[in-house]
Ligand binder design. Structure first.
Ligand SMILES: Cc1cc2nc3c(=O)[nH]c(=O)nc-3n(C[C@H](O)[C@H](O)[C@H](O)COP(=O)(O)OP(=O)(O)OC[C@H]3O[C@@H](n4cnc5c(N)ncnc54)[C@H](O)[C@@H]3O)c2cc1C
Length: 462
């Protein structure tokens, strides 16, 4: 479906946050367009939830299946869903988007960016070998296409998604040969002061049973402090150490790596929203208030793109952003939403500190690739830092890192943290890659086909 020229509100992202914002706005009588790269609504957590067979929905678990209600409410609300739409620019009043090979500039009085999260890089030796995937990538294949790995499968890393993926695989009848848990033991003590908030939040109900079920069926190796994937044309083994112990080698056909997710900030940053370094989540957070308002009038943010808080908090923040747009008075429904969201956020702080990935897995060394697109090694980053490179943007001129097709999404945090490490500065002092429009690849043919006048628009839409 091609977008119309103008709507009351434009929403980027059809995950829990974007769907809640759009449904609330459409129910209030606003014309709304929701753009998403995925063909069907649901976002990362509920990817393809209304499109997959019932049997797969059931295997993926109740939290996944529940997403169908939000998708159905959204589809019934009258909001327009424009799938397979890649949004490459956003500003108050307007987004730039490519749909079906044609670029469009679409206008809207309010713009909500609900772009969600992507996985934190996990740069270890051998992470580019075929057979090594990210845990989220593997879960995407499972949700969208029902694909599971064959042969010996190991999941390594830390964070809730490690356990959720193992649990989903077990329900599909798969054997997970091991979980190599790289959560540093000291994290427990740092997280402990926030245990009360966690216990008072709805998180324990969600997670504890799942953890127990996985531990009953899968061998879990705790305290993994070093990890390598080994192989010639593809991964055939992995090597790991526990603490300062000896290296252990085990054969493997598929190695799945995951160490948390981080906000997708590129659209917000390219629009001029300031980002600050979050020391608990170890990533950038955009400047936004509890209602999703940004310093730019008419531009709102919601969901994990503002800081990782999970699907439920994302949906609440999407609804809050809609109320900010509608001008709903604070109190009543709005204060209820704020209170519910605060409960999720309190629980989250414990998880953030508990699952904070170890420095050794965030700042690679030696010949490990930091930037996969331009094949820049960790050693090269260190050498450039020794020459006095001030930050990631200057580093591009030295090494081209961050200039490949992923536009720095995959190596951005690694580069910031590596430069900070080598130069004795904080990530906040080092800074990040500047996000520039277009933030997603935009074919020249699509740009050339962009209708500029009404006549051209009619010709393209016909
Ligand atoms: C790979 C992955 C898998 C995850 N799986 C789970 C899970 O199973 N369970 C769980 O509890 N949490 C999961 N999470 C965490 C989860 O993303 C969030 O907690 C929750 O989905 C946040 O909702 P959201 O609406 O903020 O964003 P999301 O659900 O991430 O939705 C954001 C949407 O925005 C779209 N988008 C982003 N940028 C653009 C753009 N420029 N143009 C067009 N569309 C764009 C994306 O395609 C996506 O559909 C996962 C995260 C990742 C990265």
């Amino acid at each position: 479906m091609s977008p119309e020229r103008r709507y009351d509100a434009l929403v980027v992202g059809a995950g829990p946050a974007g769907l809640a914002a759009a449904t609330t706005l459409a129910r209030a009588g606003r014309s709304v367009a929701v753009f998403d790269e995925q063909p069907t609504p649901g976002g990362q957590v509920h990817r393809a939830v209304a499109a997959v067979p019932e049997s797969r929905r059931a295997l993926l678990g109740p939290d996944y299946a529940r997403g169908r209600e939000a998708v159905e409410a959204f589809l019934a609300s009258g909001a327009h869903h424009i799938g397979q739409a890649s949004v490459w620019s956003a500003a108050p009043g307007r987004v730039g988007v490519t749909v079906g090979g044609v670029a469009h500039l679409v206008e809207g009085d309010a713009v909500v960016l609900a772009t969600g999260a992507y996985e934190r890089p996990f740069p270890i030796p051998g992470w580019t070998l075929p057979g090594v995937l990210s845990g989220g990538g593997a879960q995407t294949l499972l949700k969208a296409s029902g694909l599971v790995p064959e042969g010996r499968t190991v999941i390594a890393g830390s964070g809730p998604l490690v356990w959720l993926l193992a649990w989903q695989y077990l329900r599909c009848g798969l054997t997970v040969d091991a979980i190599l848990d790289s959560t540093p033991a000291g994290n427990r003590w740092r997280a402990a002061p926030h245990l009360a908030g966690f216990l008072a939040s709805p998180y324990p109900v969600k997670g504890l049973e799942l953890l127990r079920a996985v531990r009953r069926s899968v061998r879990v190796v705790r305290g993994v402090s070093a990890l390598e994937a080994v192989g010639e044309d593809r991964v055939s083994a992995l090597r790991y150490r526990v603490g300062a112990g000896a290296w252990v080698e085990m054969g493997v056909d598929t190695l799945l790596l995951h160490q948390g997710v981080v906000p997708a900030i590129e659209l917000a940053a390219s629009a001029g929203i300031r980002q600050r370094w979050d020391r608990d989540q170890l990533c950038w957070h955009p400047e936004v208030d509890a209602m999703g308002r940004t310093p730019l009038a008419g531009l709102y943010l919601a969901g994990d793109g503002t800081g990782i808080a999970g699907a439920e908090a994302a949906a609440l923040s999407g609804e809050l952003a809609a109320h900010a747009i509608l001008g709903t008075s604070e109190g009543g429904r709005v204060s209820g939403l704020l209170a519910q969201r605060a409960r999720w956020l309190r629980g989250r702080r414990f998880l953030d500190l508990l699952y904070q990935p170890a420095p050794a897995f965030r700042v690679p060394a030696g010949e490990t690739l930091a930037c996969r697109c331009e094949e820049v090694t960790a050693r090269a980053l260190g050498e450039a830092a020794a020459l006095g490179v001030p930050g990631p943007n200057q580093l591009k001129a030295f090494l081209r890192c961050g200039m490949g097709p992923c536009q720095g999404r995959l190596c951005g945090l690694t580069v910031t943290e590596a430069l900070a490490h080598h130069s004795g500065r904080t990530p906040a002092q080092v800074g990040r890659y500047r996000a520039r429009v277009p933030v997603k690849p935009l074919p020249l043919a699509a740009l050339a086909a962009m209708p500029a006048t009404d006549d051209e628009r009619r010709a393209v839409e016909r």
